[in-house]
Design a protein around this ligand. Structure first.
Ligand SMILES: [Cu+2]
Length: 71
């Protein structure tokens, strides 16, 4: 069953940032969907299995941004 987790990511300013975060997080094994709301920085990650917070934080960091918290 798919599960979702929601994070707040800081540093995203435009659609390029959104694409970079979506691409990196979407590369995590088992992740099936990534939604980014640019104005709020809210990122919703959906996976086949429970999403790994550390993997998401690492992917966001890899893209050049930071997970400020989990909602
Ligand atoms: Cu940007």
């Amino acid at each position: 069953m798919a599960t979702s987790r929601t994070y707040t990511v800081t540093g995203m300013t435009c659609s390029h940032c959104v694409n970079a975060v979506s691409a990196e997080v979407g590369r995590i094994p088992g992740v099936t969907d990534v939604r980014v709301d640019l104005p709020t920085g809210v990122v919703t990650v959906t996976g086949e299995q429970p999403v790994d917070d550390d993997a998401v934080a690492a992917a966001v960091d890899e893209a050049g941004y930071e997970v400020a918290g989990q909602r």
